[in-house]
Write a protein that binds this ligand. Sequence first.
Ligand code: WT7
Length: 559
Amino acid sequence: MAVLEREIIAPVPGAYNLENYDALRHTFSWEDAAKELSFTKTGKLNAAYETIDRHVDEGYGNKVALHYVNGDERRLLTFQAVKEKTDHYARVLKSHGVKKGDRVFVFLPKTPECYISILAIIKIGAIAGPLFEAFMEDAVKDRINDCKGTVLITDNEMVKRVPQKDIPSLHTILDVGEIENTTFDDKNDCDLVEWVDLDDGMLIHYTSGSTGKPKGVLHAHRVVTHHHASGKWVLDVKDEDVYWCTSHPGWVTGSVYGLFAPWLNRATIVIQGGRFKAENWYQLIHELQVTIWYSAPTAFRMLLSQGEVIKNFDLSSLRHVLSVGEPLNPEVIYWAWKQLGVRIHDTWWMTETGGHLIVNLPAETIKPGSMGRPFPGITVGILDEDGQELPRGSVGQLAVRTPWPGLMKEIWGSKDRFNAYFKYDGWYVSGDLAYQDEDDYVFFQSRDDDMINSAGERIGPFEVESKLIEHPAVAEAGVIGKPDPIRGEVVKAFITLRPGFSESKELLEEIRIFVRNNLAAHSAPREIEVLDELPKTVISGKILRRQLKELEINRTKSS
Ligand code: WT7
């Protein structure tokens, strides 16, 4: 395998927009990249206008903007229709008093209405906070409370998971059905779009760190330059493409590369509702003739493990496949190469970075096992403990030279948590460990902290531990990511029990369900193990997650 992993996969001739990216690497500038957006010509900026309305104004109103697929349901909307629906939602929000800078949350399944709600909020200058559809009450509550959201768009099912009485700032809950049915006598469209400054807030995504509650990562309207440029060069969108990103907009991949980047490049996108099922996914690619597909290693590994099913579908429409969120195994790249005749292009970025930073550009050579090379205009550094750059081949902290257009504007309400990313002058420190080879390719090693990455979803151990100790039987908890062949990692909890409780299968299951029902299914520990005591630091008594992880990994090795 060692030889195979170093093998270099050459690009497929004729498959991509650009055949030679060397020129781009030498000539690229963010200023030039922004020239295709309208604000650089008109001086008027609004991310929602750039994403949808601009195409209508440029004569592409009749182009299909989206295909929606959910079970047997099929819908199709043109750019004109998306614009009109967005305007309607914007008008409803305005009629409820939403103003520039307000935080408006969206809690909806993956439907066209979810995408349209996000755009409508941004169109009127408010800040959109998309929430993942599987969140339970506490996860919803913590996020909206943190930035004092005032309005929430949801539906009559999901509203049951919104504890409104515990969210004092939230004065209005709008049901999508009611929004759809609202009528206006006087449509005053001319002032719907709020023109904003580059640094005005646009989007807030909550993400986990290894300590504390989730952080509200705030992006400003200027981020669209990054979305647009990476959509063009990395996603390689052409007018005739059908583009499918499998992530929900509650995660940053689902908003940035599910909504903004493809639509800024006028792509026809696919929105697919419902759960993962290999047959349905292959069927969707086949039926809609998907040409560009962006997904995650866990999904590819699940498909790979289904074996022969793939043979029942014609997937020859696919010309460009991308991956993000967790390490992409070389085996998966070889599987796709053999089964689909396409390469999987890994990409690396974070909620905080606003867009791709390390990528495999379409027509460049892939080294399986590597995440690719820095995007044009981006400089990567591998730093030691003092913030000094290490020589090629050494493992260190993966950092990026500041600034770039997509870099977050702030962590909501916390300068300290924001500043922690910039501890070395001129660098953004990612929290990942990696090395870079002589050809600039970057190889991910691990996280530099206790963050858990399960199926590409970022889970903070603190949030899970806090929930666990709310259960009456749990005295203390330490939560780690346990290596897993399909999901990368799964959540594992080590706990001690309170006096009077004794370990039983039923109790552990009850504790697991408790986390699941309050936080989210993906945060609930797949395994809970009871210990007599948890390892702690001598001085501060902090639980040593690293020691728990070592214990787990050594066991896996010896079994
Ligand atoms: C963390 C960021 C915004 C992208 C989706 C996840 C891990 C991301 C890769 C990759 C190995 C990756 C890193 C990073 N990660 N991409 N290609 N290979 N690891 O965004 O939820 O903000 O998580 O995901 O550890 O720090 P996120």
